[in-house]
Design a binder for this molecule. Sequence first.
Ligand code: SF4
Length: 321
Amino acid sequence: MDDIILDVQNLKKYFPIRGGVFQHTVGYVKAVDGISFQLKRGETLGIVGESGCGKSTAGRTILRLHEITGGKVLFNGKDIAKLSKKELRKKRLEMQMVFQDPYSSLNPRMTVGQIIGEALIDHKLMDKNQAKEKVEEIMEVCGLPSYYINRYPHEFSGGQRQRIGIARALVLDPQFVICDEPVSALDVSIQSQIINLLGDLQKERNFSYIFISHDLSVVEYISNRVAVMYLGNIVELADKNEIFDNPLHPYTKALMSAIPVPDPTRKRERIILSGDLPSPSNPPSGCKFRTRCPMACDKCAKEAPEYRDIGGGHFVACHLV
Ligand code: SF4
């Protein structure tokens, strides 16, 4: 289908655990354990979940910053896993990432102009003068005065540094951008500026986002659809309004119950989950959420629930739904 830019099929990323004198593989951390979804052109898919649920690893594996353990990532119909290193380098121009920490993701020894224009020069897309023009243009688009081009990252505030990170990702005119917790290191007042900037740029340039965050209100604001991850799996995925108004999976219900209600006359019943996230190297049998689920039954320990479309593109993995 032409309007599908990204098709993720049963994607897995396992990290080996080594032990013993000979450092043999004694197990695996199953950080991403078979996730599937599609992303439309111009769409924003939010991925939410607790820290350690595998959402950032999923983002990095989709871009093959981590090698893929299993499954497929089709970008415009091409399987990313099958690309040679040279082909992948070229493909990456169309797929970019904005990182969480604007402080550590910028080289302190390079000027802003060098940081943003590096890929244009490295890939020989244009000469130095053209690259400078392009960098100045994208700086202005991202709300950074172009006369800052010769300044160094330490001369900028946190919000400005994240704008540099966004400009670096967008200077290549990508079709698809993964934003990995792009505002969680910023002050609340700056967060909304960056979120609005990302939204405006998407409208102008029609690219697709995967927006990874633990902050549900940010995800609700920016996403068209939302996927909820738990211990390496997507447990629920649906249209934004559907998932916020009608969450079906017990884990999604617990997450939603923690969002403050702005109306003081309304009260939402808070569902407190007991226990911590189990280890992805030794997940519970059957449904991975069963050790914390208030609705768990015998079947949940024996059988993993099927992740299925229950109608209208609302996917959920729970025996009781
Ligand atoms: Fe809870 Fe069972 Fe549903 Fe898992 S399958 S979410 S344990 S009710």
